[in-house]
Design a protein around this ligand. Structure first.
Ligand SMILES: *Cc1c(COP(=O)(O)O)cnc(C)c1O
Length: 363
């Protein structure tokens, strides 16, 4: 605390990301990073961009990357906004599109991406959480609330990994044409149905994606949003009131190469999906309850083990997974990012020993 702080700083409750410890030999399954390196074409593009041109500011509208993204999705560049990570894109979305006053709260799930309430705090946005069902599933009917100012949820949801079919999202868009619906598709490439094909028919849809997970580029910080031109214009207005050049020349070059390398993207996302199904089967064999996941992580619980104990014991064996204290309903769950098969095997081996040990102790 300091007398120099602006008033709002005293009120903020910042987001706490998963830890990034510098421990060698760590099996790091706590922040949903991709276990595979970025496409070799990305690294090539980055090297080619290192040069004298770094003296100059980049092109301010992100035109070249917006065009590359638009090409992938069959959209126009005017329907794409790009930013320095999808977290930053989301921050602009919250400010530009999700604040409709005290009496029209923003709705999002009670168990979801923990950054949403943080943005609400930063921008003073009224919000109301909507409970997931008993199986931690999301039902779009629960969002048909007459006073909703806007709606946001991840699909697949985080940290549950459960997905809503595109037809359900379309039903929500049709039922509430005057309410903006933002779908955060950070994990969509691992098996869920994207809402992007609905963009041209629905003025009330905005879809946000990131290169951090399915394109193995968490370190490059690139995200984007897709929607009809008036929504993109609102985001551009906020961006140009904040930072004219959010994407540097290196990030732009790497991101374009990543979007254009479809074969590498297909191969690595398929490998993650296959490892996920293999790991889910191994964990079920250890009596874990494993939610069906369309993401690059599993959300699991063991009926006879405390989540905090398991996470701590794994950490002692240099294996990191993520756990959440709040809400209490998920305090015993572990969120396990999908690693390589070798990393998943190391996890299963450690859990087999741990559960065996505590089983013995209890007898
Ligand atoms: C990881 C994640 C993001 C943020 O991705 P970045 O582009 O790395 O900022 C956004 N939303 C959800 C639900 C995520 O899990």
């Amino acid at each position: 605390m300091s007398i120099f702080w602006s008033d709002i700083v005293h009120q903020l409750t910042p987001y706490v990301p998963g830890e990034q410890p510098q421990i060698s030999g760590l099996v790091k399954l706590n922040t949903n990073e991709n276990p595979y390196p970025p496409s070799p074409r990305v690294l090539e593009a980055l090297r080619a961009e290192v040069g004298e041109a770094l003296r100059l500011y980049p092109e301010p509208t992100g035109r070249a990357l917006r065009t590359a993204v638009a090409r992938q999705f069959g959209l126009a560049a005017e329907q794409v906004f790009v930013g320095n990570s999808s977290d930053e894109v989301l921050a602009h979305v919250f400010m530009a599109l999700l604040n409709h006053g005290e009496h029209r709260p923003l709705l999002f799930p009670d168990i979801s991406y923990a950054f949403y309430p943080v943005y609400c705090g930063l921008y003073g946005i009224a919000h109301r959480t909507v409970p997931l069902d008993e199986q931690l599933g999301l039902n779009v009917d629960d969002y048909l609330q007459p006073d909703a100012g806007a709606i946001i949820f991840p699909n697949p949801n985080a940290p549950t990994g459960r997905a809503v079919p595109r037809a359900e999202i379309e039903r929500l868009l049709q039922a509430r044409p005057d309410t903006l619906v933002v779908i955060d598709e950070a994990y969509v490439d691992f098996g869920a149905e994207s809402a992007v094909p609905l963009v041209n028919d629905h003025a009330n849809l905005l879809v946000v994606q990131t290169l951090s997970k399915s394109r193995s580029l968490a370190g490059l910080r690139v995200g984007f949003a897709m929607g009809q031109a008036p929504l993109i214009e609102a985001l551009m207005r906020v961006k140009d009131s904040f930072n004219s050049y959010p994407l540097d020349r290196l990030a732009t070059a790497g991101a374009i190469a990543a979007m254009d390398d479809a074969p590498y993207f297909e191969r690595t996302r398929r490998a993650v999906i296959d490892s996920r199904e293999r790991l889910a089967a191994s964990l079920r064999a250890l009596q874990f309850e494993v939610l069906p996941s369309q993401a690059n992580f599993l959300f699991v619980r063991h009926p006879a083990q405390r989540g905090a104990d398991l996470a701590a014991a794994l950490r002692e064996r240099s294996i990191l997974v993520r756990r959440f204290d709040q809400p209490a309903r998920i305090a015993d769950h572990l969120r396990i990012s999908i690693g390589t098969d070798a990393q998943c095997d190391a996890l299963v081996k450690a859990l087999t020993e741990l559960i065996g040990e505590t089983h013995h102790a209890a007898v």
